[in-house]
Ligand binder design. Structure first.
Ligand code: FAD
Length: 393
């Protein structure tokens, strides 16, 4: 079968427009703030500019104001948006909103789509996804889920504690994963609930101080105490939450890879420009072998990440099970973007750790990606288990 690597002309054009928009409009805002998450007024301004440039919400369907890109086409456009830490926010494809839109489009009822997806896709509100819990609750092992939802007349009552809920502070609603049957450790029995931020049973307890600071709303610890929701606020079917989590997680892992790959390219761009100009030992840095090795290794990491991402996207677009290829792309890209940013910083010498370039900020932003969306070790473990299982068949 022929492998077509070039995107359709309309997608190539959208990617180019996104690249121009991000470089001209978004990067100056990012550089002024040092890459720390902007306030909501700046988010809205950036999103209005993205809408005017025709690069807003490329992933959602036309019905909800987007371009309806499939995964392969997202890979091309999201990489360009990722050139800046704020590019995804401006284009309304930042985590966790982008993954939540994908999930809502796939699973929500028509009424839920109008209530949550439409304003989210329009950038009128933000959202969060509350799955991870403080130990001994859900983390690398989602089956450890402790938060419970009990049936009450007219709906459900949710009780539990979540943490690392990105964007919870200031979000309009949460998608909360709670146990509706079984006990912690059971592989089934979870349900997703849509919870309005105005619900008095949902409270942001604190901001967690973290290495990364570029995502709107930061990362929060969130309490669900006697949190009452309607029967209509169940997202999808009761006890099917783990299945829907997969609907969200494989694509969300890949879109994270796409965005961070764009940032890795920016780091390489900064480093190569510096290396081409910096004179030392009678030549430029770019003419010295060990520097060339770092530049070449960056190119190899970028190209290899892109190849793995696009392979997994291709499988998802064909409706194939892509857990293995998405896991491989996730592990490789999370580790590769770290290497690329780290080498780029090294190539820039003291300038690299200074606030005059954002490489130090980039390094802090990409490091947690080796933990969220499944730590590298969890994925390696799962990849190996699938390979061994296939060999035993
Ligand atoms: C910046 C950031 C943002 C996040 N945003 C969200 C969010 O919006 N919503 C949400 O629900 N969660 C979010 N998370 C949580 C994230 O999904 C969890 O941190 C992740 O699933 C790991 O869980 P844990 O932190 O409890 O680590 P643990 O489960 O305690 O794992 C600790 C370590 O154990 C190791 N390990 C794991 N599995 C294996 C294995 N099979 N073999 C050997 N070693 C292993 C890994 O090194 C891992 O880092 C976020 C996390 C971060 C850091």
């Amino acid at each position: 079968m022929a492998v077509e690597l070039d995107p359709p002309p309309s997608v190539a054009e959208l990617a180019e427009r996104t690249a121009t928009f991000v470089r001209d409009v978004v990067v100056p805002v990012e550089e002024r703030s040092g890459g720390v998450a902007p306030d909501d007024a700046v988010r809205r301004d950036l999103q209005a500019a993205a809408r005017a440039a025709g690069v807003f919400a490329p992933h959602v369907s036309a019905e909800f104001g987007g371009h309806g890109l499939d995964m392969r086409d997202r890979a091309v456009v999201f990489e360009e948006a990722g050139w800046s830490l704020f590019g995804p926010l401006a284009c309304n494809i930042a985590a966790p909103d982008e993954g939540n839109m994908h999930l809502l489009e796939a699973v929500a009822t028509a009424e839920q789509k109008e209530r949550y997806l439409r304003p989210l896709a329009a950038g009128d509100l933000r959202s969060c996804f509350a799955m991870t819990e403080p130990a001994p609750g859900a983390g690398s092992d989602p089956a450890a889920l402790i938060t419970r939802a009990e049936r009450v007349p007219g709906g459900w009552r949710i009780d539990g504690r979540k943490w690392f809920t990105t964007g919870a502070d200031g979000a309009g609603f949460a998608i909360c994963m709670a146990r509706t049957s079984g006990a912690p450790g059971d592989r089934g029995g979870a349900t997703m609930f849509l919870v309005d931020a105005a619900n008095p049973g949902m409270r942001v307890l604190r901001h967690i101080e973290t290495l990364d600071e570029s995502l709107s709303g930061g990362h929060a610890e969130v309490a669900f105490d006697d949190c009452r929701v309607r029967a209509d606020d169940v997202l999808g079917a009761v006890d099917e939450g783990y299945r829907y989590a997969q609907v969200r997680l494989d694509p969300a892992r890949l879109t994270h890879c796409m965005r961070w790959l764009g940032l890795a390219r920016r780091a390489q761009h900064i480093a190569v420009r510096r290396a081409a100009e910096r004179e030392l030992f009678g030549s430029t840095l770019a003419d010295l072998g060990m520097a060339q090795a770092m530049i070449a290794d960056n190119e190899i990491d970028i190209a290899a990440s892109r190849g793995l991402i696009r392979q997994a996207c291709w499988e998802l677009d064909r409706g194939q099970p892509a857990a293995q290829s998405a896991a491989m792309a996730k592990v490789f890209t999370a580790e590769a973007v770290w290497r690329v940013v780290d080498r780029s910083l090294q190539l820039c010498g003291a300038l690299g750790v200074s606030g005059d370039v954002l490489l130090g900020r980039f390094l802090r932003e990409v490091r947690p990606f080796r933990i969220y969306d499944g730590p590298s070790e969890t994925h390696r473990w799962a990849i190996a288990k699938r390979v061994v299982k296939a060999a035993r068949r």
